[in-house]
Design a protein around this ligand. Structure first.
Ligand code: FAD
Ligand code: SIN
Length: 525
């Protein structure tokens, strides 16, 4: 089947939904989502969304904190733009119905997280993402200009390659004409032709065995754009959240928000020592890369599987009121957070790099935009400042919608695109061929390309991944498409990009720490 639309939006987290709502004022929108509309990383966000709200905070301080957390590797122009546009985007969320918590005086109750020198995180209890996702999803569902396709999986971006032309990464005239999309219920592949295509497919957490990300986060958008010869960058900067709840076997790992440390909780090792003071003067509230690495070191030194987060000195009433979901979750595991220490462990959480975009979210492929976690805007540098990603998503959704709407009249829908070719394929009989390889990829990345890396570990990882790559490509060519097979293939592509970019960085910088180059190459910023 062939469908035609002005805007094709792939992904329904905060980025895709925000874009769709704005674009629908200018043209017809098809919004596709690989499972149900509201399943996304966005839904699990706890801490909140950063924005300067009141004196004594200032744009200058938010900019400085972002650049400090990013180890000076951020694009300063982008940081300035995102920080200064934040209050307007926050007002839009509030006007749409997102209820951020307020204090007794009616002012927004701003939280603090690692790396922030002021309180500037707007939040709703400890389930901010769920509230944002629900509000936006409700608006999208009731918008007559948006057609929703749930259980639809984008497989490939369509370019001149599908018209038989040779497309190389060096070309600057690659154009996107839409995407091939798999209906995961019927297993049929449709051709979605669009004037503008927006990739908003989120992160890559499932590249690792332990992650805070739900199962949808398999790097599909980045893998598709890489294969379509778009530019991808900074994939070595993978953020491990320092404090996911230690509960072996649970996937995704339950997050214990950094806002809890902002509220006064401290990290302790198995000897009860508040060890972070030895690593950074900011203690438990140092930026994430520093805290995660310190926890990793403590666990390795002591042979422990986790460290502890201690809230027992905090006011129990305020604590449980501010963090009701964490309280409930821990209680279900017989942990009373007002009296017991919470066992925590780092988990893959966020990708700072991704599809290279300009200040309007446009990729190096014409008429193709990337927004949200999938993109590399330059905001996060070598380590994202907490709660800057929901912000980045709404700022870039807005800018991409304005910029792309301006082009709509000049673009015509491409004709002559061939439909998906299923010749020579058959249904896969043994699913174990996929599930085992999926686990192996996660194991390789977790063991060799985690918080601490080395040349030897990276070389081993690449060699092992190569074997799985070859097996999977063979399987892909002869199989009827399935979501699991496509996700495996995408994760292998993502793993390759992470390893290769890590190998190319001969220094330790932010989230990329390697034993072979422990020093920074460039001078301090
Ligand atoms: P997502 O919200 O992940 O949405 C991606 C969408 O794309 C999904 O709908 C998915 O189904 C769809 N999709 C993916 N692949 C395909 C495909 N092939 N075809 C069709 N659809 C596809 N950030 C903050 O700023 N503050 C926080 O407090 C915070 N807390 C977090 C807590 C947790 C537990 C996690 C996991 C992340 C947190 N983050 C936080 C990070 C933040 O939530 C994400 O970076 C952000 O929500 C990403 O939004 P997105 O729209 O880019 O992607
Ligand atoms: C958290 O609540 O700790 C997560 C915040 C983020 O990832 O920005």
């Amino acid at each position: 089947m062939v469908r035609k639309t002005d805007f094709l939006v792939i992904g329904s987290g905060i980025a895709g939904l925000s874009f769709a709502l704005k674009a629908a004022e200018k043209g017809r929108v098809c919004l596709i989502s690989k499972v149900v509309l509201d399943e996304s990383n966005t839904k699990y966000a706890q801490g909140g969304i950063a924005s300067v709200m009141y004196h004594p905070d200032s744009f200058g301080k938010h900019i400085k904190d972002t650049i400090n957390a990013g180890h000076g590797f951020c694009n300063e122009e982008v940081v300035r733009m995102v920080v200064s546009e934040a209050p307007e985007r926050i007002r839009e969320l509030i006007n749409m119905g997102v209820k951020f918590d307020r204090d007794d005086n009616g002012r927004y109750d701003l939280a603090r997280e690692g790396g922030h020198t002021e309180r500037r995180i707007l939040h709703h209890k400890d389930n901010t993402g769920e509230v944002i996702e629900e509000t936006l999803a409700d608006k999208v569902r009731s918008h007559p200009g948006i057609e929703i396709f749930e259980n639809h999986f984008a497989v490939e971006i369509i370019t001149q390659h599908h018209l038989g032309e040779k497309v190389t990464r060096a070309r600057r005239d690659i154009r996107c004409f839409g995407a091939y999309v798999l209906d995961t219920d019927t297993r049929e592949v449709s051709t979605f032709l669009s004037k503008i295509t927006v990739v908003a497919t989120g992160g890559i957490g499932n590249l690792y065995q332990t992650t805070t990300n739900p199962v949808i986060a398999t790097g599909d958008g980045i893998a598709m754009v890489f294969r379509a010869k778009g530019l991808i960058e900074n994939m070595e900067f993978i953020q491990f959240h320092p404090t996911s709840l230690y509960n072996p076997g649970e996937r995704p790992s339950f997050l214990i928000t950094e806002a809890l440390r902002g509220f006064g909780a401290v990290l302790r090792n198995s000897e009860g020592e508040e060890f972070m003071i030895r690593y950074d003067r900011r203690g438990s509230l140092a930026p994430r890369d520093i805290v995660a690495r310190a926890i990793d070191t403590e666990m390795k030194l002591r042979g422990d599987d986790y460290v502890y987060l201690d809230c027992t000195h905090l006011d129990p009433v305020e604590l449980t009121e501010e963090f009701p979901n964490i309280t409930r979750k821990c209680r279900s595991l017989q942990i009373d957070i007002t009296r017991d220490l919470i066992p925590v462990v780092p988990a893959a959480h966020y990708l700072c790099g991704g599809i290279k975009v300009d200040m309007n979210g446009e990729t190096t492929i014409n008429n193709l935009y990337a927004i949200g976690e999938v993109s590399s805007t330059g905001l996060h540098g070598a380590n994202r400042l907490a709660s800057n990603s929901l912000l980045e998503a709404v700022v870039y959704a807005h800018r991409a919608s304005v910029n792309s709407a301006g082009k709509l009249d000049k673009i015509t829908i491409k004709t002559g695109i061939p439909e998906w070719n299923i010749e020579g394929t058959s249904h896969l009989e043994e699913l174990v061929l996929i599930t085992q390889s999926y686990k192996e990829v996660q194991m390789i990345l977790s063991n060799y390309v985690g918080i601490v890396r080395s040349d030897l570990r990276l070389a081993r990882a690449l060699k092992r991944l190569q074997i799985i790559y070859e097996e999977t490509e063979k399987l892909y060519k002869k199989s009827v498409l399935s979501r699991r097979l496509c996700e495996l293939r995408n994760l292998i592509n993502i793993g390759y990009l992470v390893i290769r970019m890590a190998q190319e960085r001969h220094e330790s910088l932010g989230l990329h720490y390697t034993l072979d180059y422990p020093e920074r190459e460039r001078s301090e910023f």
